[in-house]
Design a protein around this ligand. Sequence first.
Ligand code: CP
Ligand code: NVA
Length: 333
Amino acid sequence: MFQDRSFLKIIDFTPAEVKYLVDFSIHLKDLKQRGIPHEYLKGQNIALLFEKTSTRTRAAFTVACNDLGAAPEYLGANDIQLGKKESVEDTAKVLGRMFDGIEFRGFKQEVAEGLAEHAGVPVWNGLTDAWHPTQMIADYMTIKEEFGKLEGLKLVYCGDGRNNVANSLMVAGAKLGVSVTIASPKELFPDEELVESVREIAKETGSVIEVTDDINSAVVDANILYTDVWVSMGEEDKFEERVKLLKPYQINKELTDRIEGDWILLHCLPAFHDTETQYGKMVEENWGLSEMEVTDEVFRSENARQFQQAENRMHSIKAIMAVTNGNLFIPRV
Ligand code: CP
Ligand code: NVA
């Protein structure tokens, strides 16, 4: 069951549990839309630790806390002693005595795991270099809203095949019966051991996990095209290498014209689809590319669902916090 558990990576949860989280998120969205209160964490205090920047995750945790009746407290990297003057263990012991739950976004997965080991309250991973588990519940929730089902669908992820989002999509897809193809240059293929372990999980659900550098063939029978930034937070010195490697993996009209059936675009966001950002301008100035992982045309097309997906971060984070800290009665998950 979920109560008192941390949410650190999708691998830690059974297929039934991941599916439950997707369905419960859809339920909570419905309650919110109908104005029905759901204060499952009434009176709680929740710490939001951010070593890296965030728009969606921070906003989603904050609003979710308020809707659940809990009080969120934002603790940024420069606001607290963690790392500089105080260990993960000591910080966890202190925060765990004051707060009822802790969200952590940062670099090392070990910090999230360490907090969870010592805090005595649930820790929710809001993104590390390795995993982005809360994002997954929103992503597969959006897919379920759009297609009415998950099993049997095919998601093709185009881009940096070894980042936190690509890794998490494979694991979550395998748990939920969604086939996932990672289309990326060989240099950015996901870790082979991880792929093998995900394929073991996929055997349980019938999902197929593939890794290829042939993006044109991969997308033909796709239901979902997914992409993410070419350079993740903490890798900002890699723009030149990534632009060169990933240009052929851009989602553009020429690529999407190859898709034979109905499809949607997902992107965890933020996205570089124009030059309206500092990095977007920098890439155009240095390498003459005005759009990176997805063109503005596809980003604004009728297939695009990334803003619905962004909203769903809030509903799904609410579900994750409620089931792990709300003493809910959940029959036989
Ligand atoms: N998708 C996502 O995690 O967005 P933020 O970095 O804005 O939180
Ligand atoms: N892979 C990206 C995801 C951002 C939500 C990063 O880690 O920066």
